[in-house]
Write a protein of this length. Structure first.
Length: 185
């Protein structure tokens, strides 16, 4: 099975990253792609609601709490180093065609930067930058797309990356994870 492609969508706060990701997800799914997203934040957040049962489990010391309903599940887990993130990504995204990563994080992946009017790009000298999304010319030699040219951006990504629809298979969270990842240094 092929590994999913990762693509960072980066930019300043309120630059259009989320709007772009929502459009890309809808467009890629419409073309038959299996898409996952990650929202990176540099701030610590309380993701659970105080006084819920799952919140109480975590406050009591549980290192991982999964909330399961008939149609979906959510996992709250403490991270113990980068290998934990890598194992989670391998388990959850192994059958995806592309993973869109919102924000600049601990990942070595190509990126598209959203640049709002009147702002300078943050990553114009980064060799991972493959395109910018903005209404004005800013970075020579880098493809530029208008913020709502979702079809054009997707055409560009399909031509540039190794993404194509894979045969759908049922996700099994009990998949065996290659434990050698933990031992790599």
């Amino acid at each position: 099975m092929k590994k999913p492609e990762y693509l960072q969508i980066v930019g300043r706060k309120k630059s259009g990253k989320t709007t772009l990701i929502v459009g890309l997800v809808e467009g890629l799914v419409a073309r038959g792609m299996r898409v996952a997203t990650i929202k990176h934040t540099s701030h610590n957040h309380e993701f659970d609601r105080p006084e819920t049962d799952s919140w109480k489990h975590r406050k009591a010391g549980s290192e991982a709490t999964i909330i399961i309903s008939p149609d979906e599940w959510v996992c709250h887990a403490r991270i113990h180093g980068p290998e934990t993130k890598l194992l989670l990504q391998k388990a959850l995204f192994r059958d995806k065609d592309i993973v869109l990563w919102e924000g600049h994080g601990e990942i070595d992946a190509l990126m598209i930067e959203c640049v709002p009017p009147g702002q300078a790009p943050l990553f114009e000298r980064d060799d991972k930058l493959i395109a910018v999304v903005t209404d004005f010319e800013i970075v020579a030699g880098i493809p530029r797309f208008r913020p709502f040219d979702i079809a054009g951006i997707i055409d560009f990504l399909v031509a540039r990356l190794t993404i194509w629809p894979t045969e759908k298979e049922e996700f099994n969270p009990a998949v065996q994870i290659d434990k050698s990842v933990l031992n790599s240094e």
